[in-house]
Ligand binder design. Structure first.
Ligand code: ZN
Length: 244
């Protein structure tokens, strides 16, 4: 009986371990030189938004920290936030125009049409040609499975076009129903001084809870000897293993 219970416990533990490991993104490691180590790259997807982006920009200005925004098309009365972020020294990357998974992953031409629309919009607002992107859902997404191997093809196309794409190696999980403090711990518990730490966050409407998290992450980073920086076309890529 005891043996049986022990067996069940081992079986459950193994199943849980496998599940957790499977749900984690698999990363492709790139060796980075010292200049990039010990650095936190905060990245914000799905903005800009009235409620979050302006507060975030104020906070970043207070600490003189530069970050990366992967923007999408929003109403034109939010355009000033893209210009402001650019003028204040942050990187504007392109996340897509529509963020409509079904449309953009339906074909390579749809994808590049959508990306080009947003790149043109950023260019018209900032006079800057953005060469860095983040795939909606990340390069390891499985939402595109309705079109087999589209991600594999897109990654090859992107490399040919001399655009760089970036995933992340720390997921703050700020899209889930958790509080500022939990988001903060999701980030700081995964920081590594020997790596580039690319943090995934979102500045879409009503995600104000990240403002406190970002403040705490900055305070922690400064206290513990981390640098903060923005991604550029010259940054080494942090990318996931493609699953489609
Ligand atoms: Zn997104």
């Amino acid at each position: 009986m005891k043996k049986c219970i022990l067996f069940i416990i081992i079986f459950i533990s193994l199943s849980v371990y496998c599940f957790i490991n499977k749900s984690k993104e698999e990363l492709i490691y790139v060796n980075v030189n010292d200049e990039y180590k010990n650095t936190i790259y905060l990245t914000f997807d799905d903005g800009p938004s009235n409620t979050v982006t302006s507060l975030l920009l104020d906070l970043l200005k207070e600490y003189n920290i530069k970050v990366t925004f992967f923007v999408i098309n929003k109403s034109s009365n939010l355009d000033y936030l893209i210009s402001r972020a650019h003028n204040e020294g942050h990187t504007i990357g392109v996340h897509s125009y529509s963020h409509d998974y079904h449309y953009i992953y339906e074909s390579e031409s749809n994808f590049f049409y959508d990306i080009n629309m947003m790149t043109s919009k950023v260019k018209s607002l900032t006079d800057y040609s953005s060469k860095i992107i983040r795939f909606p859902g990340g390069s390891s997404n499985t939402v595109s499975k309705f079109n087999p191997y589209i991600m594999t093809r897109l990654v090859n196309d992107i490399n040919d076009k001399q655009i760089k794409y970036f995933d992340w190696n720390i997921d703050s999980k700020d899209t889930t129903n958790i509080d500022s403090e939990t988001i903060y711990y999701n980030v700081i518990n995964n920081l590594d001084k020997n790596k580039m730490n690319v943090v995934l966050m979102h500045d879409y409407e009503n995600n104000e809870k990240i403002i406190n998290s970002v403040r705490m992450i900055i305070e922690y980073g400064i206290k513990n000897g981390y640098k903060f920086d923005k991604l550029t076309i010259n940054s080494p890529q942090v990318i996931h293993k493609i699953k489609n």
